[in-house]
Design a protein around this ligand. Structure first.
Ligand SMILES: Nc1nc2c(ncn2[C@@H]2O[C@H](COP(=O)(O)OP(=O)(O)OP(=O)(O)O)[C@@H](O)[C@H]2O)c(=O)[nH]1
Ligand SMILES: [Mg+2]
Length: 310
């Protein structure tokens, strides 16, 4: 795959912070774009396309005004078009509830889809104890879901809760976002060695219904634990039972066996619809040693899937 085909884009304060962190794990084959009105999101990275929302950057961001952020993003079309022209897939990371993320992310995703990119979005929902932000976020999420091929809803509440359980700062929940970004990008960047590529991903995400992504890394021998780990990510509960499509990439160290790949594939595909289209790729990556990394894109889910089934 040509360089520039894969792009991680961060929109808004939280989105840019996540995008920068995720990009450091795969910077040798993935481009980075940062979009915000707040200058502190855009500095301290050398190799990034930066887009400022507004005439000049301000620390207030778009001051919780999504419509303003959206209009500013629209006016940046000539710049974003240039970046998007050389991209085939955009992984968009954002936190909803403020101005920049809620407004500009929707417009950027629309621009990316318009220019022919596959658009995978990961959107963090604010804490429920922030009702105004939550309302803004819900509206933005509905629109972002419409313009993205896959939109994963992350819950900051869940993230904070899980972080507390582990005794770490809630923002460290971003490790999950980084793992997902890295796993997905590595999966898609090594075309030629494996049988998965963007066409496979397109086939899966073009199914109607909702879609989500799962990622987990763990011991090669613990297929079921890997699946459970993937399902315990800080995303909003979404039942994957009955899914119509699944792209599964299994990556393991040099001693990974076919049996281990099969066990993981079974754990991840057991609950899918009988007629589901399943595309599986496997690859050996020496750096994983005795570990295994699994990335799954699951699609064709009933919209408004039952909650609470994680
Ligand atoms: N409590 C808390 N919430 C945060 C923090 N960072 C981000 N969030 C949440 O994430 C959402 C998006 O935040 P940002 O990414 O900073 O917002 P933005 O898109 O830059 O929006 P503007 O600054 O208004 O333009 C907010 O609704 C908050 O709920 C944080 O440090 N603490
Ligand atoms: Mg901001």
């Amino acid at each position: 795959m040509e360089e520039g085909d894969l792009l991680i884009a961060g929109v808004g304060g939280l989105g840019c912070a996540w995008a920068k962190a995720a990009h450091t794990r795969c910077s040798e084959f993935v481009d980075l774009a940062l979009i915000d009105a707040d200058e502190s999101s855009l500095n301290d990275t050398i190799h990034a396309h930066t887009m400022i929302l507004g005439d000049s950057p301000t620390p207030e961001g778009c001051a919780a005004m999504p419509a303003l952020a959206e209009a500013r993003m629209r006016s940046l079309l000539p710049i974003s078009e240039r970046i998007l022209n050389s991209a085939e897939l955009v992984l968009l990371l954002t936190g909803l509830g403020g101005g920049a993320g809620s407004g500009a992310a929707v417009e950027f995703a629309r621009q990316a889809a318009q220019s022919g990119c596959l658009v995978l979005s990961v959107a963090a929902m604010p804490f429920e104890a922030q009702p105004m932000r939550y309302e803004i976020a819900q509206k933005a999420l509905a629109r972002l879901t419409k313009v993205s091929h896959v939109c994963v809803e992350l819950s900051l509440d869940r993230m904070a809760w899980q972080a507390r359980e582990r005794g770490v700062d809630w923002q460290q929940g971003s490790a999950w976002v980084e793992e997902l970004a890295e796993g997905l990008m590595r999966t898609l960047s090594r075309v030629g060695l494996i049988n998965l590529d963007l066409m496979d991903l397109r086939a899966i995400v073009s199914k109607s219904g909702a879609a989500t992504m799962l990622v987990a890394e763990g011991d090669c021998d613990q297929a079921v634990e890997l699946y459970e780990k993937a399902r315990s990510a800080p995303m909003a509960a979404l039942a994957v039972g009955g899914a119509e499509g699944c792209l599964l990439q299994v990556e393991g160290g040099p001693h990974m066996t076919l049996k281990q790949v099969e066990a993981v594939a079974k754990a991840f595909t057991d609950g899918l619809s009988d007629n589901a289209q399943v595309i599986i790729g496997a690859r050996v990556s020496p750096e994983l040693e005795s570990r295994m990394r699994v990335v799954a894109v699951v699609s064709g889910l009933p919209t408004g899937s039952a909650e609470g089934l994680l």
